[in-house]
Design a protein around this ligand. Structure first.
Ligand code: G16
Length: 543
């Protein structure tokens, strides 16, 4: 094996964010940039020689080029085997499923998730550990530390692998197996859900649209929904993965998934609509002219879990990220199970899932998942909803309204201010924090501040502490305003403002969320000076 050791120097800011390293393609294309980061991943691992690594990505521009480099580096560094998705494609949940099924040492996922792709778009890389989940902070910090002192990397000189052909080949001394990206994942879904009753639902004429947004879930959704479950052809839209996602922004929200939203809010809308993101871990759920917030979706899945074969014996507990609404907490209380509030980032759920403390996890950022994997899982959430719809034979809207009637409604919205000047955004956060000593007890209209803090989290399993996870202001009536800077953007800063208020009175449940939250929205600006610091009159995205 012709191993080359190449001298290099560190790149500043190769720091993994909320979910891996995300940068512009132009940054990744710099000589040594990708190699430095891959070697830094390897340098932070122990006892991997001879073991198996799973490699795949969301199919975006630069995916295949990066995979060829990573294969040559994995071989040079001594991995024994690589499992690679055909065409270099694997959804994030599929990587998690494959790592777990084949007891792999870990996995490398090439994705910038919901960020746009193409030569001028974003690229990303993340490392998953042997439980199938994102590397915890301890590892991402070690990767960053390695990247800041790296002086060489190892790579072998050999021909590229044919990523199109299923089957076995070698790269140096490392065995490489090109695998079907969909098969293992689809088999897992068949174990979890009642495919027969979902099939019967489609046979009865039930209508649905799934928007794959020209991203990775197209082939997964086509096989599972149309071929296995018998949904009519055309149920999956934008189902062909494209390297630039067709010029779109593969983020399943009301703004970016406009093709689906137009259909679901138009005349003759199908009964159910759903979308997933670039790498297939996010989901958006829609009924006929009806949007289900991700926070409500988590609560509804929890409340209905025993209708699903995999969860028929009940849930161990529920976890949600701090900015996610407290809707799931009400369900956990009613079920008399534990619930946990973690920082933003799926990596914080891993220990809770491994320790069997929780079965379901969810985030306001359109992510839901369970102990079947260690990643959030877009299509899983869609199948969960389909299974509930098949069992309850009611519309999405009726299920949600009945849920609110029983548990109360957590009015919720997230306001994003994208592309804000980084220094201005940081100043906003600093100045906000400096007001916190005076805020408790202060009255704003009818609301009195009960607490405010910069959220920190002690992991209940390994007791590690994660600080500076978002500014929280909680009011005595249970309302909350949370301010966070996104950790996934690649340009400037994105300020996220999360607004929530709980309403028990069923007579008010019909209100539009923005109307119900109007006074909190005003207050969020009054307290933090959003307009002043960002220069924005209104948010760029409201979900
Ligand atoms: C990633 C993480 C999620 C997180 C989301 C938003 O999702 O995996 O856990 O909630 O980013 O993070 P932020 O608010 O910092 O932008 P994905 O789908 O982008 O990998």
């Amino acid at each position: 094996m012709n191993i080359q050791t190449i001298s290099t120097t560190p790149f500043k800011r190769q720091k993994p964010g909320t979910s891996g390293l995300r940068k512009k393609v132009s940054i990744f294309k710099q000589p040594h940039y990708l190699e430095n980061f891959v070697q830094s991943i390897v340098d932070s691992l122990e006892n991997f020689k001879g073991k198996t690594i799973v490699i795949g990505g969301d199919g975006r521009y630069y995916n295949q080029i990066a995979i060829q480099t990573i294969l040559k580096m994995a071989a040079a560094n001594g991995f024994g085997q690589a499992l690679v998705g055909q065409k270099g494609r694997l959804s994030t949940p599929a990587v998690s499923a494959i790592i777990r099924k084949y007891h792999a040492f870990g996995g490398i996922i090439l994705s910038a998730s919901h960020n746009p792709g193409g030569p001028d778009g974003d690229f990303g890389i993340k490392y998953n550990i042997s439980n199938g989940g994102p590397a915890p902070e301890k590892i991402t910090e070690a990767i960053y530390a390695s990247s800041q002192k790296i002086n060489e990397y190892h790579i072998i000189e050999t021909a590229d692998v044919d990523l199109e052909q299923l089957g076995e080949t070698v790269v140096g001394d490392m065995k490489v197996e090109i695998i079907d990206p969909v098969a293992d994942y689809a088999a897992l879904m068949e174990q979890l859900f009642d495919f027969e009753s979902i099939k019967a639902l489609f046979q009865s004429g039930f209508t649905m649209r799934f928007d794959a947004m020209h991203a990775i879930t197209g082939p997964y959704a086509t096989l599972i929904l149309e071929e296995k479950l018998g949904a009519p052809q055309g149920t999956v839209m934008n189902g062909i993965p494209l390297i630039d996602f067709g010029g779109g922004h593969p983020d399943p929200n009301l703004v970016s998934a406009h093709d689906l939203v137009d259909i679901m809010f138009g005349d003759n809308a199908p009964q159910f609509g759903a979308a997933s993101d670039g790498d297939g871990d996010r989901n958006m759920i829609l009924g006929q002219r009806f949007f289900v917030t991700p926070s409500d979706s988590l609560a509804i899945l929890a409340a209905n879990a025993t209708l699903i074969p995999a969860y028929k014996d009940g849930l161990a507990g529920i976890a949600r990220s701090m900015p996610t609404s407290e809707a799931a907490d009400h369900v956990a209380d009613a079920l008399d199970i534990d619930y946990y509030e973690t920082p933003t980032g799926w990596k914080f759920f891993g220990h809770l899932l491994d320790a069997g403390k929780v079965t379901l996890c969810g985030e306001e950022s359109f992510g839901t998942g369970s102990n079947h994997l260690r990643e959030k899982d877009g299509l899983w959430a869609v199948l969960f909803w389909l299974n509930i719809l098949a069992a309850r034979q009611q519309s999405v809207e009726t299920i949600v309204r009945e849920h609110w009637a029983k548990f109360g409604r957590n009015f919720y919205s997230r306001h994003d201010y994208e592309g804000v000047n980084k220094e201005a955004a940081e100043l906003l956060m600093e100045n906000l924090y400096s007001t916190f000593s005076d805020l408790p007890g202060k009255q704003f209209g009818s609301r009195i501040v009960e607490y405010c803090d910069d959220f920190s989290y002690i992991d209940p399993v390994d007791h590690s502490i994660s600080q500076n996870q978002g500014m929280r202001i909680g009011f005595q009536d249970g309302s909350r305003i949370i301010y966070r800077l996104s950790g996934t953007g690649t340009e400037g800063a994105t300020l996220r403002v999360y607004l929530e208020y709980y309403e028990e009175d069923i007579a008010k449940h019909h209100l539009d969320a923005q109307d119900a939250l109007a006074d909190l929205i005003k207050l969020a600006d009054e307290i933090a000076g959003i307009k002043k610091y960002t220069g924005y009159d209104k948010p760029s995205v409201i979900t």
